[in-house]
Design a protein around this ligand. Structure first.
Ligand SMILES: NC(=O)c1ccc[n+]([C@@H]2O[C@H](COP(=O)([O-])OP(=O)(O)OC[C@H]3O[C@@H](n4cnc5c(N)ncnc54)[C@H](OP(=O)(O)O)[C@@H]3O)[C@@H](O)[C@H]2O)c1
Length: 204
């Protein structure tokens, strides 16, 4: 399969997008990565990695052009950010980062990609967290920002359906990778990519 992965760098977390890109490549898939940081893009050598500003008009155009150029089977966003502290202890920029990575960037990616992920187009996969579907465990801003994902993808599918289009926009909800391991995420991505319908998959 051909995978186009946004967030294919090692950020402040566990580098799931980057590690999965390497693992998918080693399993024989064609992988192209995208990220926000031009310095990281220039340093990557294992797979093609390009920096794109998803919020800029030029970046939106580039995201759309990449679908035409590479005709991927799966476009996956591993983008996200999380700080585990309680709300009262978070710094302003930690709050901002969580909203930016988990909400704004996800909206921007969908504005560029979702209209192509209909009627036989690529399968769009967005990354959520168990923290966004199970309440009460703490990390209020992270949980709330991740909780945005499911209603957002479900509503998008409905919007396309009302226009007569069948969208494949799936949600992959992760538990801590240090507990689950990476292999199950890689296998989940391959599994979702083969589905003819959207699915919501929680890795527990
Ligand atoms: N780690 C876990 O156990 C776990 C558990 C549940 C869910 N998740 C979810 O899985 C995904 C990957 O997590 P991870 O631990 O691999 O995180 P990570 O190492 O920090 O990687 C996150 C990726 O998102 C990018 N990113 C961060 N903020 C961004 C922003 N504002 N705009 C655009 N790109 C941004 C990062 O780019 P830079 O390299 O430029 O920072 C990086 O490519 C996230 O959605 C996370 O919420 C992770």
């Amino acid at each position: 399969m051909r995978f186009l992965i946004y967030g294919a760098t090692r950020g402040q977390g566990d580098g799931i997008g980057h590690s999965c890109a390497l693992a998918l490549q080693s399993r024989g898939h064609e992988v192209r990565g995208l990220c926000r940081d031009a310095t990281k893009a220039a340093a990557e050598t294992a797979f093609p990695l390009e920096a794109v500003d998803v919020h800029a008009a030029a970046g939106q155009d580039r995201l759309k052009a990449l679908l035409r150029e590479h005709d991927p089977d799966v476009v996956w966003s591993a983008c996200g950010a999380g700080s585990a502290g309680p709300l009262w202890a978070l710094k302003d920029d930690e709050v901002e980062q969580m909203i930016d990575a988990n909400v704004r960037a996800t909206v921007a990616l969908c504005r560029a990609w979702a209209p192509s992920c209909v009627d036989g187009g690529p399968h769009l996969v967005l990354t959520g967290s168990i923290a966004g579907v199970l309440d009460g465990t703490g990390a209020a801003v992270y949980a709330g920002a991740k909780g945005f994902l499911l209603p957002f993808v479900r509503a998008q599918r409905s919007e396309f359906r009302r226009q007569g289009h069948h969208a494949r926009i799936s949600a992959l909800l992760l538990s801590p990778v240090r507990t689950t391991g990476l292999d199950v995420i890689v296998e989940a991505l391959e599994f979702i990519g083969r589905q003819s319908r959207s699915i919501e998959l929680l890795i527990a």
